[in-house]
Design a protein around this ligand. Sequence first.
Ligand SMILES: Cc1ncc(COP(=O)(O)O)c(C=O)c1O
Length: 401
Amino acid sequence: MAKSVEEVRAEIPFLRTGTIYLDNAATTPTPQPVIDAMLEYFSEYSGNIGRGLHRVTRRASEAFEKTREKLARVINAKPGEIAYAKNTTEAINIVARGLKLRKGDKVVATVLEHHSNLLPWQRLERERGVKLELVQVSRECLIDPAAVEAAIDDKTRLITTHHVSNAVGSIQPVEEIGKLARERGVLYLIDAAQSVGHMPVDVRKLGCDFLAAPGHKGLLGPQGTGFLYAREDRLAELEPLLVGGGVVELVEEHKYDLVKPPQIFDAGTPNIPGFIGLGRACEYVLDIGVEQIAKRERKLTEQMLDISGFERVEVYGPHELKRRGSVVSFNISGLGHHDVASMLDELARIAVRSGHHCAQPTMHHLGVEGTVRASVHYYNLEQEIEKFTTTLEQIARELGG
Ligand SMILES: Cc1ncc(COP(=O)(O)O)c(C=O)c1O
């Protein structure tokens, strides 16, 4: 039996503050069992990993490593294909720095990428002469796989796209892009920051080489956690971002041999409690059921989309509900996006995000400086969305222009 909304809400202490939290695309509140798993580490076995033989370090190492299995279950991968990262941004940077791309190599991305999936490639363009081509997208912010295919030439080494846009919520045709990447012999990296935990994500079905995701969003894990999936044969091709303690087989005065992936990416003391918490969070999300989460979020998103019928409100992104993730992005004419977000907070204690959402090229594409963004997770209530839509209608009616 899936965990009910009421059960989940009762287990998220932050919700007792009375905040109507519609900023789940930024980060999500933490359920008590996840907090408890971290507390247990701090109070019972807070040792370092892999650095000794005593029972504290053994227990910590085992719990830390176990999370790879749990993440692998969530995305249908193997534990050995999961590298830990501190967030999605780091996971993307591991690929960008690790692939050893050279002058003349080409990377294909889109104008809708989050800055975290743009700057790492721009840096390679600046530092190494790698060519970055950004594919244009439709007005509804959907990627056309044919446009991606047209951008591929014999220099193209990698395609990268987001799965779900954090700025407007569009779900992209990642399976089709994965298929054409395979046909053309090009690597494919998916930025799954807004999909893992929110909807079924199966890396085998997607046919991607790499997938970067956070622990602290859809998976309800702690901040400071994320991961990179890399297909078994690909992980070994990546040079780690950091080298140092904890990742060596042998060190001599002027040379070293590193351990094998995925532990090769764990130089230095990692976020041990965070990854132990993330393991518990994966179980928690699997207990609710990812299908259940997707179904409920779609229902809540449909309800949020009532605002598209309001006068003076413009909603961005796809019209079709099935092309939308759990993010609704909008503006009210005559009002600034930050003002609208402040009013929602002042009037009804509703937390939404405003600004460019770390996606300035997406804002250029839409012809706006920023938007207001409301984003849900499984635990949000219909009554909360109702409060959001009625408060917004009032703001638009009384103050919009
Ligand atoms: C699509 C997308 N990519 C990347 C990121 C960066 O994620 P993180 O904060 O985990 O580094 C975000 C964060 O909101 C995002 O939405």
